[in-house]
Design a protein around this ligand. Structure first.
Ligand SMILES: [Zn+2]
Length: 231
């Protein structure tokens, strides 16, 4: 039997990382899902990541605990209020308070370490530079720089055994295109969670930046939004 190639997929339980995982599955990779309990406001996203890993048949789903709350600096890791009801123009300008300092660098570094142990050469991350929140660590030049670093930093790469590829299948797609792609690949987006500020029952608020992008994506894709919004 042919041994399947392995991929590490960073999973937040949201639309983008779930679609990235479905792309990896479609390419025939054995899936190793990686999530972080980093001190984010709500556990619902970790529950979503667990559901997604199970639904997509991940070989393993690893949750690593790191305390970014000790560092703070973001509305997701401190008591800074999450913005609600911002206009499209506001969404498109500047880096919002929901930016978590260096988060993707921290996450990709863990993914790189796990990939080296698994002997995986592909790391999937669902970053997107079109319908995104303005975070600097979602841009192509950042990903390229991380990949260059990864191939200088790991034993397997330096010994010439394995090059690491940071795979960003969604980077040039709109949210609507991502939703269409995920739907084609059989994802039930009801499993996913995007909201930065859910209620105590885990229901999405409907008007934080992440909810607004999600709603716009479903609307533009002309696919019914399965999300349950609170009141
Ligand atoms: Zn929300």
């Amino acid at each position: 039997m042919k041994v399947k190639r392995k991929a590490v997929i960073l999973s937040s339980g949201g639309i983008d990382s779930t679609t990235a995982m479905a792309v990896a599955r479609d390419e025939g990779f054995e899936l190793y899902s990686l999530s972080f309990d980093y001190g984010q406001r709500h556990a619902v996203e970790l529950e979503a990541a667990g559901r997604v890993a199970e639904a997509l048949g991940a070989r393993r789903h690893l949750v690593i605990r790191i305390d970014l709350r000790a560092i703070g600096g973001s509305a997701l890791t401190t008591d800074i209020a999450v913005p609600h009801g911002r206009s499209e123009q506001e969404l498109a300008s500047g880096i919002p308070v929901t930016y978590v300092p260096a988060r993707n660098t921290v996450f990709l570094s863990y993914a790189l370490a796990w990939a080296e142990v698994l002997e995986a050469s592909d790391i999937f991350i669902g970053v997107n530079a079109v319908d995104y929140s303005g975070y600097p660590d979602c841009r192509p030049e950042y990903i390229q720089a991380f990949e260059t670093m990864a191939n200088l930093a790991t034993k397997a790469a330096v010994e010439g055994k394995r090059r690491i590829a940071i795979r960003t299948p969604l980077i040039h797609m709109t949210k609507a295109e991502i939703i269409r792609k995920g739907t084609e690949l059989g994802i039930n987006f009801q499993l996913t969670h995007s909201c930065y500020d859910p209620d105590t029952q885990g229901r999405a608020c409907g008007d934080c930046d992440s909810c607004l992008l999600r709603k716009k994506g479903f609307r533009e894709a002309d696919i019914p939004d399965p999300t349950i919004y609170g009141v």
